[in-house]
Write a protein that binds this ligand. Structure first.
Ligand code: FES
Length: 148
């Protein structure tokens, strides 16, 4: 699906908001769900629709770790490396995952099965260390504690 195929849905989303700029997150999410990531072309497309600069769109995309700027695997494995989880073993966990998958954070396994992502707090600090197994474009997220 191309960006121009999304014109109708984008217009519908923008119409829901009093100020077009307020539709930025839903539009970015629409793009990511259809393309799998939000690349430079999509950032420009969203900016044109909302009347904002590409740099503003890029700031939003880079702020939220739910957005990807390049193609990812079918599944995404997110590991929290914020201090509470680091104190409970997140660094060792990440090292083991890297060793097992033979990739580092931001990389995808051959065959595009899994992308490993290092993230900030997943809002489950009391149960650290945490990882989030996110099935790509599909809906739903599963969070699990990791065996030490
Ligand atoms: S610090 Fe890791 S889930 Fe909050």
């Amino acid at each position: 699906m191309t960006l121009s195929d999304l014109e109708g849905q984008a217009a519908e989303i923008v119409r829901r908001y009093e100020y077009p700029k307020a539709a930025m997150l839903p539009l970015l999410w629409l793009v990511q769900q259809s393309q799998g990531y939000v690349g430079p072309e999509a950032e420009a497309w969203v900016g044109r629709r909302l009347g904002v600069s590409i740099s503003h769109v890029r700031e939003v995309v880079s702020f939220y770790n739910m957005f990807h700027t390049q193609p990812t695997g079918r599944r995404e494995l997110r590991v929290c490396t914020s201090l509470p989880c680091v104190l409970r073993g997140a660094t060792d966990l990440l090292d083991r995952i890297k060793e097992k998958l033979k990739i580092g954070p931001g990389e995808t396994t051959p065959g595009r099965e899994v992308t490993l992502t290092e993230v900030e707090c997943l809002c489950a600090c009391e149960m650290g260390d945490r990882r989030q197994d996110h099935p790509g474009r599909a809906h739903g997220t599963r969070e699990t504690g990791i065996d030490p």
